[in-house]
Ligand binder design. Structure first.
Ligand SMILES: [Zn+2]
Length: 352
């Protein structure tokens, strides 16, 4: 595991790369391009389905190096976000539109729900930021927080006040500039709440509008522009992986969304929004096990009968995304096991 890496990337950067004067030979950097290997667990839109103890047990089984959260934890559910911050795995998270549900602008009088959530997450909130993991040669780059998709920017006043971003163009530039600062030998992974435009406009496309007849592309154009500029720049081969949520797997009028797209230039777009991400073996489908809203009794009953919990697991080896799996982990008491593993991608072949 990365462990404390997420909190002290700079220190690890210094230890991983000797200063230029003592680089032993010109092959050092070439050698350092190899052997990128990591496991990433994506936790898509939480919407209340989170229990620190139960999810920690599941993650202990999966053993990820890094956990990525696509946001929408609740409706400004500060306690839940605090519990996410307490997770003892290296992590990055981005707030979604539901995480700014009641707060159109920052309060001057008292700390509002958005400020409190940002405070809880601290350095782990990736919005318009970058986290470098030199040991794994990974950089995680954050997109625009609070996105709800479509042409209009949601929570403009929050974005302007906190990030100085006033429109889509400025947002695209900000994401691009954040990414372009990553070390050249790193894999750049983008984490956003919603995916980019340009990936289809059918209701079941990865960012397709499913609540209106006729569909429509509900992606974020700033994200598409930023990725396109990154590809033009050529500093990185391509961003190999773009992770997001917001557009749920279950469609409003039935059926399931396409959750992965691999483009011709080998960028993998991955939607992690499996909602609900927890179900109970008792047959209930509910916010079980520490959802902060249901009664203690129902929590206890659900946990004792056990739950299965969804993660999208990305395995990277030799500097490439090797495999992506929708993984359901069974947690019954202290027993954990794989309940279901649906292969979504392997070695360049998309399966769904
Ligand atoms: Zn959302």
């Amino acid at each position: 595991m990365l462990g404390a890496l997420g909190h002290a990337p700079f220190i690890y950067f210094l230890s991983a790369f000797p200063p230029p004067s003592i680089v032993p030979n010109p092959n050092f950097l070439r050698f350092s391009l190899m052997a990128i290997s990591a496991r990433i667990a994506v936790i898509g839109d939480v919407h209340g389905y989170w229990d620190l103890r139960e999810d920690s047990k599941a993650l202990q089984l999966l053993q990820p190096d890094l956990v990525l959260f696509t946001g929408d934890f609740g409706e400004e559910n500060v306690e839940l976000v605090r519990s996410i911050a307490d997770l003892k795995f290296a992590k990055a998270a981005i707030l979604g539109n539901h995480d700014a549900w009641f707060t159109p602008c920052f309060s001057q009088e008292k700390k509002d729900g958005v400020q409190l959530q940002l405070e809880c997450l601290g350095e782990n909130h990736i919005g318009y930021r970058r986290m470098d993991f030199p040991q794994q040669k990974l950089s995680i780059v954050g997109g625009r927080p609070f996105s709800h998709g479509g042409k209009a920017m949601f929570r403009k006043q929050l974005l302007s006040a906190r990030y100085g971003v006033k429109d889509m163009k400025a947002s695209a530039k900000r994401i691009y500039e954040t990414a372009i600062g990553a070390p050249e030998d790193h894999l750049v992974i983008i984490l956003a709440h919603n995916g980019p435009t340009g990936l289809g406009s059918r209701a079941d496309d990865i960012c397709g509008k499913d609540w209106e007849y006729g569909g429509g592309d509900w992606g974020d154009e700033d994200l598409e522009q930023a990725i396109s500029k990154l590809k033009e720049n050529g500093k990185f081969h391509v961003p190999p992986l773009v992770v997001f949520g917001h557009m749920h797997k279950e469609l409003t009028y039935g059926g399931q969304r396409k959750m992965i797209v691999v483009t011709a230039d080998n960028t993998i777009y991955l939607n992690g929004a499996i909602v609900p991400r927890v179900t109970s073996y008792s047959g209930e489908e509910g916010k079980v096990g520490g959802n902060f809203t249901s009664s203690e009794t129902s929590c206890t009953q659900s946990v004792s009968r056990g739950t299965k919990r969804a993660f999208t697991v990305v395995d990277i080896s030799d500097g490439k995304v090797d495999k992506v799996t929708e993984s359901w982990i069974s947690v019954v008491g202290d027993e954990t096991s794989s309940d279901e593993a649906n292969l979504m991608y392997q070695s360049g072949i998309s399966k769904c």
